[in-house]
Design a protein around this ligand. Structure first.
Ligand code: SAH
Ligand code: SF4
Length: 390
């Protein structure tokens, strides 16, 4: 049915594991290019995207306004392959968490946090993370691999479907997406950019650029490439106001120290067409490590001329973690100093605590290539075992 020349043209779209094209992971441009190889117009690409992302189609045969002949061709060469849900948990506060098995058998997690009219989906970008921040459960488990674009956008797809928000006229529940799940998004640059573009696209999820946020621990060389390909919001994981302490908490700081990171953020913001946007600074407060009043003052001085909002995240403990959460009064003390210095500094209240869905508690299940920590991985695997039996 398909000529050799067409087959050759399709090669760049084919997943080497399955031998098929996963339509779910094709960005607008790639979907158009894919259909161009088949001799089809742009309209066809848009039609297929709307079926999957707006109406939640799970199979090519669902696409009833596409001719039977074209569906047969598509079935031959392509598929809609969504990530497999291992478990779905709902917290008392409405937070939902999915454990998802991705190709190769590892698991990642996705969390949905409802808050009034807002619904924020926290999406993973990698299986594990290679950056080894000392307070992060994902980092402690080592790194396995990057997620594909289909595996990243598949998290949005399944969360949206779970609320039936894809049905026409249904209220959109996912209003915001934060790339703050497992992994360092800038180390999976191309797939993350493609997936964020799909979140933004009218044929994808139509989320505005301000409401898609990429969070990075500071991979500056990749951050410098970002404004050329996207204009999403930016968050940085700072956690310390001086290099000596940040070197210990966020090891990539040894390569790209604080001043270099802040400059890269300034440049990213300057490159955006709308000039009044600010960087979100994430600061995880860890008892006795970075939560003193002096450290709050030091942070205020560091960020004096840096346009930002500071999100304070009380440390979330996980099995075998070396740190503890500060007392409420220590957190408020820290916040007050920042507010008095003129900053917007909300405390990110812990959500989904009872299902271990809070920041830094995402364990996934990582078949670690780096063999970093058998202990941490064993603890995470045990947790997954308990979750999946729940
Ligand atoms: N790799 C990216 C995005 C994932 S981490 C980054 O580091 O920015 C998302 C946020 O959760 C980061 O700000 C991270 O520092 C924070 N975090 C990680 N472990 C945590 C923990 N145990 N308690 C509280 N926050 C944590
Ligand atoms: Fe990786 Fe972010 Fe965790 Fe650091 S905080 S180990 S960069 S996921």
């Amino acid at each position: 049915m398909i000529s050799d020349a067409v087959k050759e043209g399709l090669a760049p779209f084919v997943d080497s594991d399955t031998g098929k094209v996963n339509l779910l992971g094709l960005s607008d441009e790639r979907m158009e290019a894919f259909f161009a190889v088949l001799g089809e117009k742009r309209f066809r690409a848009q039609q297929v995207m709307k079926w999957m992302h707006h109406r939640g189609a799970e199979s090519i045969d669902d696409m009833t306004d596409i001719s039977k002949k074209m569906r047969a061709i598509l079935n031959d060469i392509a598929e809609i392959k969504a990530p497999e849900i291992v478990s779905q948990l709902e917290s008392k506060d409405g937070t939902r968490k999915w454990v998802i098995r991705v190709a190769g058998g590892s698991c990642v997690e996705t969390v949905f946090i409802p808050d009034g009219d807002r619904g924020t989906l926290c999406v993973s970008s990698q299986v594990g993370c290679s950056l080894d921040c000392s307070f992060c459960s994902t980092g402690k488990q080592g790194f396995m691999r990057d997620l594909s674009c289909a595996e990243i956008i598949g998290q949005v797809w399944l969360a949206a479907k779970s609320y039936d928000s894809l049905a026409t006229n249904a209220k959109r529940r996912i209003t915001n997406v934060v790339m703050m799940g497992m992994g360092e998004p800038l180390l999976n640059f191309d797939n993350v950019v493609d997936a964020m573009n799909l979140m933004r696209s009218d044929y994808g999820y139509g989320i505005s650029k301000r409401r898609v946020t990429l969070s990075t621990s500071g991979v500056v060389n990749q951050l410098q490439r970002l404004s050329a390909v996207t204009d999403v919001s930016l968050a940085i994981s700072l956690h310390a106001a001086n290099d000596e302490l940040r070197d210990q908490l966020v090891p990539i700081n040894k390569k790209y120290p604080i001043a270099v990171l802040l400059d890269a953020c300034r440049q990213y913001m300057a490159d955006l067409p709308d000039s009044h946007r600010v960087t979100t600074v994430e600061y995880t407060l860890i008892n006795g490590i970075n939560d003193s009043m002096d450290q709050a003052r030091e942070l205020a001085v560091l960020l004096k001329d840096f346009p930002c909002k500071i999100n304070l995240i009380p440390f979330n403990p996980f099995p075998l973690s070396d740190y503890t959460r500060p007392s409420k009064s220590a957190v408020y003390r820290f916040q007050t100093i920042l507010i008095e210095a003129g900053f917007i500094a909300p405390i990110r209240t812990t959500r989904g605590d009872d299902i271990d869905a809070a920041c830094g508690q995402l364990v996934g299940q990582v078949a670690d290539k780096t063999k970093r920590s058998q202990r941490h991985r064993a603890a995470a695997e045990e947790k997954i075992r308990i979750i999946t039996q729940a």
